[in-house]
Design a protein around this ligand. Structure first.
Ligand SMILES: NC(=O)c1ccc[n+]([C@@H]2O[C@H](COP(=O)([O-])OP(=O)(O)OC[C@H]3O[C@@H](n4cnc5c(N)ncnc54)[C@H](OP(=O)(O)O)[C@@H]3O)[C@@H](O)[C@H]2O)c1
Length: 382
């Protein structure tokens, strides 16, 4: 049985990961779980899966909580550093990283440096420190198994193929809830409207990223580092039905696509059971129903975040870390109704322009660029 340490178990990906564990109970042992603030939900998960360790990173833990977890035989660790401790010292075979935001970067790196494979939902890891993370994976021979549905699709399309035969990676994206909305209407978009994604049910940050198309931009950077594909070879295709999860175009003109229902349990399960495929009870795509697949070009005039992400990847160094942190901070301001929807892209753009680029940053350099961008956005967003 595979011992799983699941960071972010109370989120959308975390809960879906535990559904995968439930339907393949004979395959997995849950060794560790974590939440930021939802301690009651963590307690219910701990009662059900009995991990050795549970971590709480962003809320005060009462003596009652400590006693309740102790009665389950679960060690509770707390504080901002708890994910690092968990990744560094817990006994597990696979780290499933399902936290949101740049906080996921260090635990990914730590797990890889221990030679542990990582099933990675936390795309911010690859955006901030893709170069260091892929070097650590290669050095310690630890696999990074993508959970993001697009990257899982590319991963599957590339099986049995050589890197040099790849002409382009075609990342599909639904276009989000504002795909057809006129640019003039963007200023009055509310958080409630932006939080209604047409196809996927996800946590709030990635849902806003999908609405601005920053999500696709982050995925372009993630794809570059995961598959070692040059930026010019990564294209975005708008595909509103979210049935084709991504494609690879090969040098002979052949295109492979990976399809399925928009259900994250599919790519999560593959990453968790890899190198095997296991049966699942999750719903299948039905071709009997009326199924039409359409494709379009992305519109970077209405969705400038996508262009900014390409620019940051081309600049390299600390630029993607700044893009990511500025975006996290701006999305938070938008969710708090303190800035408008178009202001997210403006603040990310301003951060990239004001930032003093460092070309070969180490971990500390990346984290200080991240902190700088958050401070910049919080000052500029006032
Ligand atoms: N959801 C999807 O369908 C989907 C698809 C592809 C990729 N992803 C990626 O997967 C990651 C997770 O997304 P999600 O939608 O599952 O997010 P989510 O629902 O917001 O869940 C995030 C998880 O991380 C925890 N967390 C939040 N802030 C934290 C912090 N500062 N320190 C430590 N833990 C923290 C949350 O704890 P609380 O519960 O206490 O808030 C929760 O357990 C993101 O990187 C996202 O881009 C998601």
């Amino acid at each position: 049985m595979k011992k799983i340490a699941l960071l972010g178990s109370t989120g959308s990906i975390g809960v879906s990961s535990l559904e995968v564990v439930d339907q393949l109970a004979e395959e997995f042992i849950v060794a560790a779980l974590s939440t930021h603030r939802r301690i009651d939900q963590l307690y219910e998960q701990a009662k059900r899966f009995r991990p050795q360790i549970a971590a709480v990173t962003g809320a005060a833990v009462s003596d009652d909580h400590l006693a309740a977890f102790a009665r389950l035989g679960v060690e509770l660790i707390t504080g901002a550093d708890a994910l690092q401790q968990l990744a560094g010292f817990a006994d597990y075979d696979l780290l499933v990283n399902a936290v949101v935001g740049s906080i996921g970067f260090r635990p990914t790196l730590t797990a890889l440096q221990r030679g542990k494979p990582v099933a990675l939902a936390n795309k911010e890891t690859m955006v901030i420190g893709g170069e260091l993370v892929s070097a650590a994976a290669a050095q310690h021979r630890a696999a990074i198994l993508p959970i993001d549905s697009e990257h899982s699709a590319v991963f599957q399309c590339l099986l049995g193929e050589s890197e040099k035969s790849v002409e382009a990676v075609l990342l599909t994206g639904s276009g989000g809830p504002f795909r057809t909305l006129a640019k003039e209407a963007f200023a009055s978009i509310t958080p409630a409207q932006a939080l209604k994604h047409p196809n996927w049910s996800m946590g709030p940050k990635i849902t806003i990223d999908s609405a601005t198309m920053m999500n696709k931009g982050l995925e372009v950077i993630e794809a570059h580092w995961l598959f070692h594909v040059a930026v010019e070879k990564i294209r975005v295709v708008v595909h509103p039905q979210s049935i084709i999860h991504s494609m690879v175009l090969f040098c002979d003109g052949s295109i492979k696509a990976q399809m399925g229902l928009p259900d994250m349990r599919l790519p999560i399960q593959l990453a968790m059971t890899w190198p095997e495929r296991k049966p699942s009870v999750f719903p299948r795509l039905e071709f009997g129903s009326r199924l039409s697949l359409t494709f379009d070009e992305p519109d970077t005039a209405r969705f400038p975040c996508l262009r900014l992400a390409y620019d940051a990847l081309r600049q390299g160094g600390t630029a993607p870390a700044v893009l990511n942190a500025a975006n996290e901070a701006a999305v938070q301001l938008f969710l708090e109704e303190r800035i408008s929807f178009p202001r997210i892209a403006e603040l990310v753009d301003a951060s990239l322009q004001a930032h003093k680029l460092e070309i070969k940053p180490d971990v500390e350099g990346l984290l200080s660029a991240d902190l700088w961008a958050r401070k910049f956005v919080s000052a500029a967003g006032k």
